[in-house]
Design a protein around this ligand. Structure first.
Ligand code: AMP
Ligand code: GLY
Length: 455
């Protein structure tokens, strides 16, 4: 008898509209399950991969109704907002599985205090902190820390804003006062030295599978000058994130966090984004700076091409995260006790050594991350003329009535290249940027530069 399950293509709805979601669609489109893809709301770049559905990411009832009425078999949630609003819980009520955590687990990202409490319960290494609801409590906490820099974090969803690294006591006090004026409690932390690293782990409530480590460039200008942004570029793998470091994250962070979340009655499914502060090649010094509960942007644009280059079925990986313990059946070698990195060649000692690497450079609208114009013309090269391994992911783009490509957001494109080593990937990504005509756009010129100089 014919097995219907094998013949019906899964119908997948991706929620989101950035380059992260374009990269997700691109990876899902390569699945041997040949899924039918939909995206709400998507962007101009997603058109060739998926049907665009004009529903906002925060309109949970409309997303659920759409998924039910269209027979969607699996939903992949990109951004944080719908997770915080309980999209995954609402879909579960209709028996539609989804990639992403419950509303309760999404609080790990939306509340710094909640994240700190869970880290405390799980004995995860992180900066010392005080939770302060009044100005007096805040000022006392600063005295306890004693010397600058001071880290003051507003306890609410802030999309990368709301964190002040104060180099003087006065600056720290102002940040506390400003938060209190908004009736926003603060978490005050000691300052961690080191370099930042993003590690994504796909979690099924019990197990965690770490993906290739990535580094994100958060400041708007070269040499990390200027304002914080959502991220201006990324590369992966990272030369100092060796086996020992990833293994230490597994033992000290992922395993205890999953155990703690399960013990609290809210097992973690989806992606746990571990923002780390580390010292190169010293795994014992790692500290967690933050948790996010979804794929990072722009890191996803480098992590996913590395997985698909190794023929990983990304759809199967995301689907497995939704059912408790399923990763152990589907990816046993990745979740066996202790981490087994030999599955993918992510680790090596120098950046020039052959090892698949990816670099992405964000092209943004002039003015970003502050006010910027939209509706400006972008001309892309013929995609067939691009070097092998180059992919232009769209973020804030739209098509005019005449079909012309226009900017529609702060971050507009995420120009990505995959190559057999990091310097080549970097050269290819910047080569593709040269071929893009976006007169009102700009990009950093130093993405992955330092990493390429490490011998
Ligand atoms: P968060 O939103 O908690 O990730 O903080 C935003 C950024 O502030 C991080 O990416 C770090 O660059 C920086 N940061 C946050 N907490 C600390 C800390 N305790 N020590 C040093 N830098 C920090
Ligand atoms: N790249 C940082 C973030 O996605 O939050």
């Amino acid at each position: 008898m014919m097995n219907l399950e094998q013949t019906i293509a899964p119908k997948i709805l991706v929620v989101g509209q950035g380059a992260r979601e374009h990269a997700l669609l691109h990876a899902l489109s390569q699945s041997p399950q040949h899924p039918q893809l939909l995206v709400a709301p998507g962007n101009a770049g997603c058109e060739t991969l998926a049907i665009l559905v004009p529903i906002a990411v925060t309109d949970v009832p409309a997303l659920v109704d759409f998924a039910v009425s269209q027979g969607v078999t699996f939903v992949v949630v990109g951004p944080e907002a719908p997770l915080s609003l309980g999209l995954v819980d609402a879909l579960a009520e209709k028996d539609i599985p989804a990639f992403g955590p419950s509303q309760a687990c999404a609080t790990l990202e939306s509340s710094k205090f909640f994240a700190k409490q869970c880290m405390g319960q799980a004995s995860v290494p992180t900066a010392h902190y005080a939770y302060c609801q009044t100005e007096t409590e805040g000022f006392t906490a600063l005295e306890t820390i004693g010397k600058p820099p001071y880290v003051v974090k507003e306890d609410g969803l802030a999309a990368g804003k709301g964190v002040t690294i104060a180099s003087t006591l006065e600056e720290a006090k102002i940040a506390i006062q400003q938060a209190m004026e908004k009736a926003m409690p603060v978490v005050i932390e000691s300052f961690l030295e080191g370099v930042e690293l993003s590690l994504f782990a796909i979690c099924d409530g019990v197990h965690a599978v770490p993906l290739p480590p990535a580094q994100d460039f958060k400041r708007v200008g070269d040499d990390d000058a200027g304002l914080n942004t959502g991220g201006m570029g990324a590369y992966s793998p990272v030369y100092f994130a060796d086996e020992a470091l990833v293994s230490a994250v597994q033992t000290k962070v992922l395993v205890p966090m999953l155990k703690t979340m399960a013990e609290r009655g809210t097992p973690f499914h989806g992606l746990l984004y571990v923002g780390l502060m580390v010292h190169p090649h010293q795994p014992e010094t790692l500290n967690v700076v933050e948790f996010n509960v979804r794929f990072g942007d722009p890191e996803t644009q480098v992590v996913l091409p590395l997985l698909t280059a190794e023929n990983v079925d990304v759809l199967a990986l995301l689907q497995a995260s939704a059912s408790t313990g399923a990763l152990a059946n589907l990816f046993p070698q990745w979740v066996a006790s202790g981490y087994r990195p030999s599955q993918l060649s992510w680790f090596c000692k120098s950046s020039n050594q052959a090892r698949p690497s990816a670099v992405t450079v964000v092209m943004a609208s002039q003015g970003y991350p502050e006010a910027y114009p939209t509706g400006n013309a972008i001309s892309l090269p013929d995609l067939n003329s691009l070097e092998a391994g180059v992919i232009i992911y769209h973020a804030g783009t739209q098509k005019s009535a005449e079909g012309a490509l226009l900017s529609a957001g702060g971050r507009v494109l995420s120009v990505t290249a995959l190559a057999e080593n990091l310097p080549q990937a970097r050269r290819k990504a910047y080569g593709a940027i040269e071929a893009i005509d976006f007169p009102t756009g700009f990009n950093r010129t130093d993405i992955a530069l330092k990493a390429c100089l490490v011998e």
